[in-house]
Write a protein that binds this ligand. Structure first.
Ligand code: NAP
Length: 193
């Protein structure tokens, strides 16, 4: 079922670009982490920590008091650390499911590998009661409460949207190609002047 139209005032400390980049990926990350019942002290693995959903998820999980391991490629390691991740794993060098670590929650924020190998490999990296969730698990209905909580977390400086790149409207084709690459960093915005 599609979401009802929900609306909130722009966070006072964001630019319009940053505000435009926040609601969809921010509320999605919030929804899935709440659904994963993230608790203070939980060990969480966020797969795709440098993407639109992932960059919000790392910060929100830290806000909830989790111990966060972010998985991304080499060029994004510093970014993910700067968002508060306790540990980062470079998936081009290490397989996060093959270490001796066990996680209370694995959040697959990449999504497209939902039904592939990654999901079954993850089972070995979960604690006994650990849970795997994927950003592709259904189409969540986002309520106004989520949007208002996101606004509050932003205004109190707990989280900040990451904008990897901005394109002018006349470069929208390039912008779409960049999104389709599956390797954008954080969020991408289109500027209309
Ligand atoms: N359920 C829903 O309603 C809903 C709504 C919207 C979106 N989604 C889904 O959410 C997903 C994420 O969206 P997004 O905007 O966050 O995407 P995104 O910004 O393109 O992020 C993708 C991330 O995946 C990482 N990545 C790519 N290949 C990888 C690999 N082989 N192993 C590990 N990481 C890899 C990339 O990191 P590197 O660049 O470092 O490789 C990038 O940070 C999409 O699949 C989308 O379909 C679901």
């Amino acid at each position: 079922m599609p979401n009802d139209c929900i609306i909130a005032l722009k966070p006072s400390n964001l630019t319009y670009d940053e505000a435009a980049a926040s609601p969809t990926r921010g509320t999605l990350a919030l929804y899935f982490l709440k659904n994963g019942n993230v608790q203070r002290g939980h060990k969480i693995l966020i797969y795709g920590a440098s993407g639109g959903v992932g960059t919000f998820a790392v910060q929100i999980a830290k806000h909830f008091g989790a111990n966060v391991t972010g998985v991304c490629s080499t060029s994004n390691l510093e970014l993910v650390k700067s968002l508060g991740a306790d540990k980062v794993i470079d998936y081009t060098k290490d397989d996060p499911t093959k270490s001796t670590e066990h996680y209370d929650l694995i959040f697959d924020a990449v999504g497209k590998r939902k039904s592939s190998e990654f999901k079954s490999q993850c089972k070995k990296a979960l604690t006994e009661n650990g849970k795997y969730i994927s950003v592709d698990d259904g189409t969540p209905k986002i309520g106004i409460d989520s949007l208002l909580l996101l606004k509050e977390l932003i205004e109190t400086g707990k989280i900040k949207p990451v904008i990897g790149k901005s394109y002018p409207l006349d470069q929208i084709v390039e912008a779409h190609k960049h999104v389709d690459s599956g390797h954008k960093t954080g969020n991408l915005t289109i500027t209309i002047k």
